[in-house]
Design a protein. Structure first.
Length: 338
């Protein structure tokens, strides 16, 4: 930390970036360009995508024809796709009038437009820039592997865009949650696997489902949190359709399904046996589980940075731990030659 920072109490740049990645909120003091970009892109949730890509690479690492360079390009591509998706979601939700100063998006963190961090034009330019980089990556992978990899990437882009963009607005029609399962499962994990080896066998599609379920629990939790705002606006997310109590139960079921499907994939030989390390996340599930059995508290805990979200961060903590341990298990499996 510089002498000036010590005297003024200004956090170091690394401390600022760490704070943004932990809370999605801007740090104290002057907002540097990196911190601003991390806030605008909601970079705190990008580890979900990185984990999906890492799992794909580890499943592919010992396969014939594994191409590290193409795999790394695909990994960068899915992270950039997630960045672009976050920018486009804020752009379209602002465009259709859903995001307002009283809507949760502007309450748990600064809304890019409503807070004055940027403009709708800025969001559009940012998303176009990131998508352009992804398009270049797509061309390289097309030259390497042909149309299937383009079809996977295009499907991911269209579903991500349609999540909030008119006329489909999948989120509004109870289709946002299945979209996340498909995108973070077969499309992201499966797409990275295809980019690494040039094929996508069915057992890898099934192998993508446990982690896809984990990512879906985060969105389910977020949409449970937003029921009081979404229901009056006619935003029929799956939790609005199911009702809060059933939606919380379904989310718990998805968490359990992660462990059941992981065990099934180990038993059938799709996952290496060290993938059972993922069961080390059960203590975290034990802490999260009781909270999903009751309504959200009336007031946030002290120093809770992303209120009114409650169930979403709980699901995220479990997803982060279970996903990281699954990756650790796959690393051990890859080292052992599975």
């Amino acid at each position: 930390m510089t002498e000036v920072a010590k005297q003024t109490g200004e956090p170091s740049l690394l401390a600022k970036w760490k704070y943004v990645l932990a809370t999605t909120n801007p740090p104290k003091g002057r907002l540097d360009l990196v911190s601003k970009w991390l806030v605008l892109t909601r970079a705190s949730v990008l580890p979900m995508t990185i984990t999906a890509g890492m799992a794909a690479g580890l499943l592919a690492a010992n396969q014939d024809g594994f191409r590290l360079g193409y795999y790394l390009l695909a990994l960068v591509g899915i992270v950039l796709a997630h960045v672009a998706n976050n920018l486009m979601n804020d752009l379209w939700d602002t465009q259709v009038g859903l995001d307002t100063e009283n809507y949760p998006r502007a309450l748990y963190a600064p809304h890019p437009v409503l807070s004055g961090l940027t403009t709708r034009g800025g969001l559009l330019r940012g998303s176009l820039f990131v998508n352009a980089i992804d398009a270049v990556i797509g061309v390289i992978l097309f030259i390497a592997w042909g149309w299937p990899i383009v079809a996977i990437a295009l499907a991911g882009f269209l579903l991500s865009a349609a999540y909030t963009a008119p006329p489909l607005r999948l989120k509004k029609r109870g289709l946002g949650e299945p979209t996340v399962l498909v995108v973070w499962g077969p499309l992201m994990l499966g797409g990275c696997y295809y980019a690494a080896v040039g094929s996508l066998p069915w057992h890898i599609v099934f192998a993508s489902l446990p982690y896809g379920l984990l990512c879906t629990t985060v969105l389910m939790g977020k949409h449970v949190d937003k029921i009081p705002w979404d229901e009056p606006e006619g935003i029929h997310t799956l939790p609005v359709i199911l009702g809060e109590t059933r939606a919380r139960s379904v989310t718990k079921g998805m968490m359990v399904a992660f462990y059941v499907t992981t065990l099934a994939l180990v038993v059938t030989g799709v996952f290496p046996w060290p993938a059972l390390i993922a069961f080390g996340a059960l203590p975290v599930l034990a802490k999260v589980w009781p909270e999903f059995g009751k309504p959200r508290p009336a007031e946030p805990p002290k120093n809770f940075p992303i209120w009114p979200l409650w169930f979403a961060p709980l699901a995220f903590v479990h997803t982060r731990r279970a996903g990281a341990l699954l990756v650790l298990g796959l690393i051990v499996g890859a080292v052992l030659g599975y």
